[in-house]
Design a protein around this ligand. Structure first.
Ligand code: 15L
Length: 269
């Protein structure tokens, strides 16, 4: 059976999601190019491995050569000091989109984050048409990535699906993780829809399974026709206590960003 792409690039291949996705991407392309700033070891069958610092323009250009679509999972993936976020997530995004545009790559799937909206309250229902309200430098850098990709669509016709990923780990262990959980199978299905839907333009989707009490409404991404197949309903957390909306004085449960809203920002070092 022919695959949708000849060669796709996965950045951040050594990260939490990159490592779990690696073996799941072969249905999408004949060759999967894996890139990371760290040494991730040798390539497997139908793989290529590239070591790349996103802040280095020439390296990013080489990483993207010969690629038909990009799954951009690289960069800093949590709230830390501003300097590394600026290098990998701010400068790195410009380097990536310049390379994508110059090389004529038509589509990017960008691993954005729910932390673009982390300052909304847990009692609110949020959709992608609402103003971003990031909860730190990390979330702000993802807002930058979403806006930058919008610019490259409006100005140069590069298509991007931004996925605001929730809690994508094997099992949720808190209520917040239950509400925001994204199973790996659902992430792979969402990537498939983002890669094969004929026209995506610039789309912002929420990466979340069909969990009870979800905060996010995916109406802006209906055209992807993504149907979550998993739900966190099968897990029991916090000793089986029913979920109650938390008091306003505990920001880490009152606001959607959880612990991120109390850890940042960290500047200067
Ligand atoms: C994220 O954006 C992080 O990359 C991930 O490590 C989780 O912390 C996730 O958000 C979350 O909100 O749980």
């Amino acid at each position: 059976m022919s695959k949708p792409y000849k060669r796709i690039l996965l950045t951040g291949a050594g990260g939490n999601l990159g490592r779990r996705l690696r073996e799941r991407l072969h249905d999408f392309a004949d060759i999967v190019r894996l890139a990371d700033v760290a040494d991730i070891g040798p390539a497997g069958p139908n793989e290529e491995v590239v070591q790349c610092d996103l802040a280095d323009r020439a390296q990013v250009m080489r990483m993207c050569e010969g690629v038909d679509a990009v799954l951009h999972f690289g960069g800093v993936s949590t709230e830390v000091e501003f300097a590394p976020i600026m290098q990998a997530n701010i400068l790195g995004m410009v380097n990536l989109y310049e390379a994508v545009h110059k090389l004529g790559i038509r589509r990017v799937v960008f691993a954005s984050s729910n932390h673009t909206m982390g300052m909304y309250e847990t009692s609110q229902r949020v959709d992608a048409g609402m103003l971003p309200r990031a909860d730190g430098y990390y979330g702000l850098s993802k807002v930058w990535g979403e806006n930058l990709s919008r610019y490259y669509w409006d100005r140069f016709g590069v298509e991007t699906v931004c996925i605001r990923i929730g809690y994508c780990f094997p099992e949720p262990v808190t209520h917040r993780q239950m509400v925001t959980w994204l199973s790996l199978d659902d992430l792979v299905e969402l990537l498939r829809r983002a890669l094969v839907t004929p026209r995506v333009g610039h789309t912002i989707a929420f990466g979340v399974s069909d969990n009870p009490g979800r905060w996010w409404d995916d109406r802006e991404a209906r055209h992807l026709a993504f149907q979550a197949g998993d739900s966190s309903a099968r897990f029991t957390v916090d000793g089986g206590q029913p979920f109650a909306y938390p008091p306003e004085d505990d920001l880490s449960t009152f606001l959607q960003g959880g612990a991120f809203v109390t850890t940042g920002p960290k500047y200067p070092q």
